[in-house]
Write a protein that binds this ligand. Structure first.
Ligand code: AHR
Length: 495
């Protein structure tokens, strides 16, 4: 192994909070995410609460999953919430026309989703239907959920078993309204946003945090028009969706069979999200210099071809060490931009796209990406400590990207956490870090790595890629020196 080193300085006097909602996730009625992921057959022999799978819930509790977005995605703009309440046997069967034209029995609806959030201990984030719904329908859903007084809708909620209001706060007004959410122009969307949002009421004790449906990747004009036409006080945030695609949308590339070119392109395209955040933020700064409006990256992750032999409309993909590095690098970027990025939701938790968990009947496995979220949970609601360093390059052919990325934070107890990523597939890189005047006594570290970028966890070998304790580092006063193996994610905790 060729060795390299980099010098990194941590500014221990940060003042920006890393919103825990940056560690949010997304669960859509798509493929086997809800049905057969979270919500299983009554007869399945796994621990359950009703039909909610508790091994999945417990794994998500362990990483302190803070926020779950539902019911879509594209599905949100075809979802009529009243189909999913009341006695299950009376709920209509509908068609999931976005994802495989499969029958939707609506057995998992509003109450079931909110029970799931309650079991996980996370905040719900509901995407309301603007595409095929009406302002009245969206308004009714919020009244049903959040009104504590007497009204036909609040009474219906009580009749359906939930006396107290749910006080749902995070509310998406449409999803990808430039595409599957209605193919709108930004001008048309912003007029619609204002109309719908005007009827999304703040019931006593339940102020809404409304999220406008934002841009697709580089669509800066969308952000410009939204920021120009919607006043900062009319929205909590505006979203941005970006998926890491290695090839193109027709042939994205395999999740498991790729060479160094596929690895390099995956990492390069993942790091591109920082450029997007910078450019969308710069537009937002013009209209909202005080950064009151959040940039909510409410869909992100690597999107590959579906696993061979599975329904292509179900978007089931395996998850490799490359995906763990995509997650770790993206989360470092979000942390470092936490002045504007206040929410992010990885797509999509279980059995779809960059999932944390894969299931096969009773079996369940944690993906490499899961272990990154386990390491990074220490950053939730901590104070960002800005970093200063210049990374060595990882060169492939005529192209290069930074080999090292990192973020650091200080938690409420005063502990400092630094998460480092070495993307280079062959070089060990020593990261020498100085922590200014910090008084640090103890240190410990954990690592996620593996021998090959294509390494995955399978139902036969579920622990090939996992978090392990790590000792190849030295602390000398407030200087830290970490020997980062190739393709590794390291968390060092200093107290
Ligand atoms: O996550 C899969 C799909 O990707 C979502 O439904 C949609 O919002 C996006 O295009």
């Amino acid at each position: 192994l060729k060795a390299q080193s980099v010098q990194l300085t941590v500014n221990t006097a940060g003042n920006q909070k890393i919103n825990k909602e940056i560690y949010g996730h997304f669960a859509e009625h798509l493929g086997r995410c809800i049905y057969d992921g979270f919500w299983v057959d009554e007869k399945m022999n796994v621990p359950k609460q009703g039909r909610i799978r508790m091994d999945v819930v417990n794994a998500l509790k362990k990483i302190k999953l803070p926020l779950l977005r539902w019911p879509g995605g594209c599905f949100a703009d075809q979802y009529h919430w009243s189909d999913g309440i009341g006695p299950v046997e009376k709920r209509p069967k509908t068609v999931n026309s976005n994802w495989g034209m499969v029958s939707e029995d609506n057995s998992f609806g509003t109450h079931e989703f909110l029970q799931l959030c309650d079991l996980i201990g996370c905040e719900p984030y509901i995407a309301g239907n603007m595409g095929s719904g009406t302002p009245q329908e969206m308004s009714n859903w919020i009244e049903y959920l959040n009104f504590n007084g007497q009204s036909a809708l609040a009474d219906l909620r009580r009749k359906n078993g939930h006396d107290k209001p749910y006080n749902v706060a995070y509310w998406g007004v449409g999803n990808e309204s430039w595409g599957c959410g209605g193919d709108m122009t930004p001008e048309y969307y912003t007029d619609n946003y204002k109309q719908y949002a005007a009827f999304c009421k703040n019931y006593p004790g339940a102020p809404l945090k409304k999220v406008a449906s934002g841009a697709n990747s580089e669509d800066y004009n969308w952000t410009e028009v939204c920021m120009k036409n919607i006043h900062p006080w009319q929205m909590w945030g505006i979203s941005m969706h970006y998926y890491t695609v290695v090839g193109n949308w027709e042939k994205k590339g395999s999740a498991t069979e790729f060479n160094e070119e596929g690895y390099f392109k995956g990492m390069k395209n993942c790091l591109h999200i920082e450029d997007l955040i910078n450019k969308h933020s710069a537009i937002m700064d013009k209209y909202d210099p005080q950064k009151k409006v959040a940039l909510a990256v409410d869909e992100w992750g690597i999107w590959t071809d579906a696993e061979p032999g599975t329904n292509p409309a179900f978007l089931y993909q395996q998850n490799s060490l490359r995906d763990a590095l995509v997650a770790a690098s993206s989360l470092n970027i979000f942390n470092n931009h936490c002045d504007r990025v206040k929410m992010a939701n990885l797509a999509q938790t279980v059995n779809v796209l960059q999932a944390l968990i894969l299931t096969d009947k009773e079996k369940m496995l944690l993906t490499p990406t899961y272990h990154v979220f386990d390491l990074y949970k220490v950053h939730q609601d901590a104070t960002l400590l800005p970093l200063n360093f210049t990374s060595p390059d990882y060169t492939f052919g005529s192209e290069k990207i930074p080999a090292i990325n990192a973020s650091a934070s200080k938690d409420a107890s005063g502990a400092i956490h630094i998460t480092l990523v070495n993307i280079d597939p062959t070089k060990k890189i020593t990261v020498n870090t100085s922590f200014g005047g910090a008084n640090l006594n103890s240190s410990e570290a954990q690592i996620v790595t593996s021998g090959k970028f294509t390494d995955i966890n399978t139902f036969d070998q579920p622990n090939k890629v996992k978090a392990a304790s790590f000792s190849d580092f030295k602390k000398n006063g407030n200087q830290l020196s970490v020997n980062m193996p190739p393709m590794s994610v390291v968390l060092v905790t200093l107290k």
